[in-house]
Design a protein around this ligand. Structure first.
Ligand SMILES: Nc1ncnc2c1ncn2[C@@H]1O[C@H](COP(=O)(O)OP(=O)(O)O)[C@@H](O)[C@H]1O
Ligand SMILES: O=c1ccn([C@@H]2O[C@H](COP(=O)(O)O)[C@@H](O)[C@H]2O)c(=O)[nH]1
Length: 201
C-alpha cells in the first residue's frame, strides 16, 4: 500500500486535488481518509459550546483514532470511518465502511503536524494557495455548503484561522516532498503526481 498525505491551509484546494488524482487513477485503486472525519467527538457539548472550539488547532483532532485506522488499513483490515457534519460541528454517528486500497490518500489541514502520522506517509504533499485566495474560496464554500454567513467566516478567519495557519499549518510545508502551487488549477502538477504514484505501484 502506498500512503499519501495531502496537507495545506483551508481553501487551498486539497479536496479538489484529491478528486483530480482519483479521477486519473484506475477505479477502485485509491481510497480516501479525510482528517475532518477525525475531529474529536463532541456529543457531550451543546451546539453553543461546540461553536467555540478551535477547529484549526491540532488538539481538535483525534489523531489516535486516525493513526489506528490507517494502521489497520495498512494491515489489510477495513475500518468504519466516522462521518462529520460541519453544520453540526460534530460527528453524525454514521460511518463509511472503508476498505484498504493500493493507494490511500489522507488529506487535511493538520495531518503533517503529528510526527507519528507523518511517518506513515510514503509521499507528503503540501498544496499552496495565497491567503487571500484561500479566504475568498473559504467564504464562498462555507456560505454555499457549510451553513455559515459572511460575518462568521470573517471573524473566525481573523481570530482563529489566520493565526493557527501561521503557527501550525504553514510550518509543515518543510516536511513536504512535493509542493503544489494551486492559485490556479494546476493540471501539470496533477499529471506529475499521477506519474509518481503509477511509478511506485
Ligand atoms: N485552483 C483552484 N482555482 C479556483 N478555485 C479552486 C481551486 N481549487 C479549489 N477551488 C475551489 O475552492 C474551494 C475550496 O476548495 P477545496 O478543494 O474544498 O479546498 P480544501 O479542501 O483545501 O479546503 C472549492 O469551492 C473549490 O471548488
Ligand atoms: O466543525 C467544524 C470543523 C472544522 N471546521 C473548519 O474546517 C476547516 C478544515 O476543512 P477544510 O476542508 O480543509 O477547509 C478548518 O479550517 C476548520 O476551521 C469548521 O468550520 N467546523
Amino acid at each position: 500500500m502506498l500512503i499519501i498525505g495531502i496537507a495545506g491551509g483551508t481553501g487551498c484546494g486539497k479536496t479538489t486535488v484529491v478528486n483530480k488524482i482519483l479521477h486519473e487513477l484506475p477505479e477502485g485503486e485509491v481510497g480516501i481518509i479525510s482528517q475532518d472525519s477525525y475531529y474529536k467527538d463532541t456529543t457531550h457539548l451543546s451546539f453553543n459550546e461546540r461553536v467555540k472550539i478551535n477547529f484549526d488547532h491540532p488538539t481538535s483532532i483525534d489523531f489516535d483514532l486516525l493513526i489506528n485506522h490507517l494502521a489497520k488499513l495498512k494491515a489489510g483490515q477495513s475500518i468504519h470511518q466516522p462521518v462529520y457534519s460541519f453544520v453540526k460541528h460534530n460527528r453524525t454517528g454514521d460511518t463509511i465502511f472503508t476498505h484498504p486500497r493500493k493507494v490511500m490518500i489522507v488529506e487535511g489541514i493538520l495531518i503533517l503536524t503529528n510526527p507519528k502520522l507523518r511517518d506513515m506517509f510514503d509521499i507528503k504533499i503540501f498544496v499552496h494557495a495565497d491567503s487571500d485566495e484561500r479566504l475568498i474560496r473559504r467564504l464562498k464554500r462555507d456560505i454555499a455548503e457549510r451553513g455559515r454567513d459572511l460575518n462568521e467566516v470573517l471573524t473566525r478567519y481573523q481570530n482563529t484561522l489566520k493565526p493557527m495557519h501561521n503557527q501550525f499549518i504553514e510550518p509543515t510545508k518543510e516536511f513536504a516532498d512535493i509542493i503544489i502551487p494551486n492559485n490556479k488549477h494546476n493540471t501539470v502538477a496533477i499529471d506529475i503526481v499521477k506519474t509518481i504514484i503509477t511509478d511506485r505501484l
